[in-house]
Design a binder for this molecule. Structure first.
Ligand code: SF4
Length: 289
């Protein structure tokens, strides 16, 4: 069974009357010559790493080598200890955990690339925060992550998940789409709802450039993670209400690939345009080097 499109995934899921995570864990077990239980144990290890990263991240304010970033999570925690956020505790946790994970990445700490290091905060931020607030079992969390993983895997069949190839739409954009689908699965969405969550997240981020200052995964990457975490949750909310993406998810991915191909190389991780060449960015570069 080799599934390369969402349409094929849907057909297979419906014909076998299985969920995405059921199909995926069986496929993975077969491909890796291990049991389904071993696949799930491996996925749980990643979730444990995500939790540990967040724990470390929220207690550290160590700056990156550049000295630009590393203490923003501390600021967020201080704010929430003094004043409630607009949207309540789940929102606070998602932003905090996502930022904590991204800051651990810049410190060269331990992270789970999902799908990339630059976009490492989106899925853990939502998964761990939602699991704590709604008391999800390990099994439910594993199902979330397997579903998200399958979504990323299908997208990567058509688009290489790298800012240097297709811009940040292929890193943080795909992470948001994976996260939206995983969350929709957890919130009892059927396969159409999951696909709509993925499509809504992805199509509303098309064209996102990769223009990091000095070519380092710090500005704008770190703060992009908490912001796109909420983008993912919003896409899931719309899909759960029955709001559909008029463009089917497979076609959205085709559009993303085309957009990436048309994007100037100057906006694909080369630090030759966009935020990377603003006067402030150039001044930061001069001081750093
Ligand atoms: S801006 Fe570029 S380097 Fe930063 S997270 Fe996005 S794709 Fe990665």
């Amino acid at each position: 069974m080799s599934i390369t499109t969402f349409e094929e995934l849907k057909k297979e899921a419906q014909s076998q009357n299985k969920t995405i995570w059921e199909l995926t864990q069986e496929e993975e077990a077969l491909n890796s010559d291990i049991s389904v239980e071993e696949v799930r144990a491996e996925v749980l290890k990643h979730i444990v790493t995500m939790r540990e990263t967040i724990e470390t991240g929220i207690t550290s304010n160590e700056k990156s080598v550049s000295g630009w970033c590393g203490d923003d999570c501390e600021k967020l925690i201080k704010r929430y200890s003094a004043q409630k956020s607009v949207f309540g505790s789940l929102y606070e946790k998602i932003l905090t955990y996502s930022l904590a994970t991204s800051e651990e990445n810049l410190r060269m700490g331990r992270i789970v690339a999902c799908p990339t290091a630059g976009s490492c905060g989106i899925i853990p931020g939502v998964l761990v925060a939602y699991s704590e607030e709604y008391d999800l079992s390990d099994d439910e969390q594993i199902n979330f992550l397997i579903t998200a993983g399958k979504i990323g895997s299908i997208i990567s069949n058509k688009v290489q998940l790298a800012g240097a190839v297709a811009g940040c739409q292929a890193e943080c954009g795909v992470a948001a789409a994976m996260c939206a689908g995983g969350l929709a699965q957890t919130m009892a969405g059927d396969i159409n709802t999951i696909f709509n969550a993925v499509a809504l997240a992805l199509k509303n981020i098309l064209g996102l450039t990769c223009d990091p200052v000095c070519g380092m995964v710090e500005v704008p990457c770190i703060k992009r993670n908490p912001l796109l975490s909420m983008h993912a949750v919003s896409a899931t909310e719309l899909a759960l209400a029955g709001i559909e993406s008029k463009i089917p998810v497979d076609e959205v991915i085709d559009a993303m690939r085309q957009t990436g191909q048309l994007m100037s190389p100057m906006l694909k991780e080369s630090a030759q345009a966009g935020l990377a060449t603003t006067p402030t960015a150039l001044s930061l570069k001069e001081k750093l080097f």
